[in-house]
Design a protein around this ligand. Structure first.
Ligand code: PEP
Length: 257
């Protein structure tokens, strides 16, 4: 399986800025064979970015969704609406959603089911706070977050899912997990996936996210356990994100996933 690199733009870029980026990145992507590439713009720019990327192989993701199919939910966007706008994937349970908007493990569980039912690939984010890490609770927290979503979940043959390990203390702080710290948690995630999903876990890539940059990506993707990255700040310029992907690809081990 190719490594996967996802650009999470968060609340950045107008439609015009997003479209210009997408055209530029679509051209740069031609020189990045062997990577699966995804841009996650804000809702307002989804359709324009999907149109600009047509034919490039670069996919588009929503940054969130609401689990109900439709109804009186002011401000929310459904899985079907994301599909309609050209998305193939959706980020779920990002720590900013959990921390700033009060989203729970149960919300993530409902959102993942809703995404899968619509044919979208959920990118489920999990990760511990600094306090949890320092209290020795990293594994327990990540296992709890995963169990809430995975328990009772059955992935069909055509269902796709991605998990992103994003330590909260590393997001937007310039402080990233060491490869050893990331690998340890990735192994925990892999074991949980295997326990809950059986053989279906083999189709799931586990990404690392948290202050990934062109300077540190190679140390991370050199580990076979790290199958790509979810990138915030370093994805906001097309050239910089393409360089990050190029270095991430160059560092990949030759064999393994
Ligand atoms: C993110 O938004 O998921 C993220 C990891 O952000 P940053 O790369 O800026 O830390």
């Amino acid at each position: 399986m190719n490594p996967l690199f996802v650009a999470n733009w968060k609340m950045h870029k107008t439609i015009g800025e997003a479209t210009a980026y997408a055209h530029r990145f679509g051209a740069l992507a031609a020189d990045l064979p062997g990577a699966d590439l995804v841009l996650a713009p804000p809702f307002t720019a989804l359709e324009a970015v999907a149109r600009a990327l047509r034919g490039t192989g670069v996919e588009v993701a929503g940054q969130d969704l609401y689990f109900e199919p439709q109804g009186a939910y002011t401000g929310e966007v459904s899985a079907a609406m994301l599909l309609d706008a050209g998305c193939r994937l959706v980020i779920i349970g990002h720590s900013e959603r959990r921390r700033l908007f009060g989203e729970t493990d149960q919300d993530s569980a409902r959102k993942v089911r809703s995404a899968l039912a619509a044919g979208l690939t959920p990118i489920l984010c999990v990760g511990e706070t600094l306090e949890e890490r320092e209290g020795g609770r990293t594994r327990a927290v990540v296992e709890r977050q995963l169990a809430a979503v995975l328990s009772g979940l059955r992935l069909g043959a055509s269902d796709r899912m991605v998990v992103a390990y994003e330590p909260v203390w590393a997001i937007g702080t310039g402080r990233h997990a060491t490869p050893e710290q990331a690998v340890e948690v990735h192994r925990t995630v892999r074991r949980a996936l295997s326990r809950e999903l059986g053989a279906a876990e083999q189709s799931i890539r586990i990404l690392y996210g948290g202050s990934v940059s062109p300077e540190n990506i190679g140390d991370l993707t050199a580990a076979p356990e790290i199958q790509g990255a979810l990138v915030g700040g370093a994805s906001l310029e097309a050239e910089k994100f393409a360089e990050l992907v190029r270095r991430g690809l160059a560092a990949r081990p030759r064999k393994g996933r």
